[in-house]
Design a binder for this molecule. Structure first.
Ligand SMILES: NC(=O)c1ccc[n+]([C@@H]2O[C@H](COP(=O)([O-])OP(=O)(O)OC[C@H]3O[C@@H](n4cnc5c(N)ncnc54)[C@H](OP(=O)(O)O)[C@@H]3O)[C@@H](O)[C@H]2O)c1
Length: 326
């Protein structure tokens, strides 16, 4: 599997990271621990060396499952773990809190749940406007200096917020959303990261399944699945996105004789993104990992995707619905 160095660190990670939000169950209709552990092991067997999690994914459950999976697998020194801080929950309600005093406790909880003594990449999950970014940055730098964290990351920050943060601590990794349907970062965030030597580790490569090649118009979302409220999955937009996905699927077949899923992931990597996070929770979902390396999407393919998106998605919407209240 292709790998990439994280600037300013000794880390070298696979260009695909396994995302474990769904493995935590919360907002994905529940979790199955045995299948989750098998999924993590399947990804590692296929060469993935970076696992992304967060305390809020199942309120500790995802981190615990990742910790158990890694304990059983061994070779911790060859695997990079990324997790996050700065979200809290009460009665199922999420709010942002990047108070350094709170994060100093959070990091210990994450280390315990993950059964490790170091977090390879530690992200602030969402910018907290109530807390000066400099104060949070100071705590993150101190965690790095203490050796509890190897790289500092921010997620869902804009360039202005990152500039303020970087007055105190250098950022090594940035985690925004990015996929064929959600390209808002191209104008400002990508150039900022490139010019500041910050690795982009983007989430939602399959746009919550829309680009998996398996999404059906009548798919029922169980329990608390967030796609019940995702505006992309509501009529009439859902139809537009499904039509666009079907046309990209045809393009993928015509250009590369490949299914939609590996082409959607390859497209992210070929757009200059260092690492694409791909969310899965069943081991068989990891099979397409074998089909991502050794080829590239062409400029003509990328152009054809842009053209068809303009024709089919006449009422586009971004991933903003996902943001917890500021
Ligand atoms: N920093 C942040 O604020 C943030 C926000 C969102 C996500 N993330 C991270 O990014 C990760 C990925 O994002 P995501 O989970 O939202 O979305 P994603 O990777 O775009 O898509 C996950 C979806 O793809 C489907 N899928 C995966 N492999 C498949 C396969 N082989 N065949 C068919 N369907 C397949 C899953 O289907 P099923 O539903 O059938 O399982 C799931 O619905 C998360 O797990 C998390 O680690 C971070």
């Amino acid at each position: 599997m292709e790998s990439v160095p994280i600037p300013g660190t000794e880390l070298n990670v696979s260009r695909i990271a396994l995302g474990t939000w769904a493995i935590g169950g919360w907002l994905w209709g529940g979790t199955d621990e045995k299948a989750s552990i098998a999924t993590i092991h399947a990804a590692l067997d296929k060469g993935v060396t970076l696992i992304d999690t967060a305390p809020v994914y199942g309120f500790g459950r995802s981190e615990e499952i990742v910790g158990r999976a890694l304990k059983a697998y061994g070779r911790r020194e060859n695997i990079c773990l990324s997790t996050k801080a700065g979200l809290e929950w009460k009665n199922g309600k999420i709010s942002r809190n990047s108070d350094p005093a709170k994060i100093a406790f959070e990091v210990e909880d994450s280390l315990r749940r993950l059964q490790t003594d170091v977090i390879d990449i530690y992200f602030i999950h969402w910018p907290d406007p109530k807390m000066p970014f400099e104060e949070t940055a100071r705590l993150m730098q101190s965690l790095k200096d203490q050796g509890k964290v190897r790289a500092i990351g921010v997620s869902n920050f804009d360039p202005e917020q990152m500039t303020t943060f970087q007055k105190v601590a250098d950022i090594q990794v940035c985690q925004p959303p990015y996929n064929m349907f959600e390209r808002q970062i191209e104008d400002a965030l990508v150039p900022y990261c490139k010019s500041h030597d910050i690795a982009l580790m983007t989430y939602g490569a399959l746009c919550r399944g829309l680009l998996s090649g398996k999404m059906m118009p009548h798919r029922e979302f169980e329990g608390d699945d967030l796609r019940q409220i995702d505006p992309k999955f509501q009529a009439p937009r859902f139809g537009q996105y499904l039509k666009a996905a079907a046309r990209i699927e045809q393009l993928a077949k015509d250009h590369y004789d490949r299914p939609l899923l590996p082409v959607a992931i390859r497209w992210v990597l070929d757009m200059g993104i260092e690492i694409a996070i791909w969310g899965g929770r069943r081991p068989e979902q990891m099979a397409p990992l074998d089909d991502i390396d050794g080829w590239h999407t062409s400029d003509s393919f990328k152009y054809a995707v842009e053209e068809l998106l303009q024709e089919t998605v006449i009422d586009p919407v971004g991933p903003e619905f996902i943001a917890p209240p500021a």
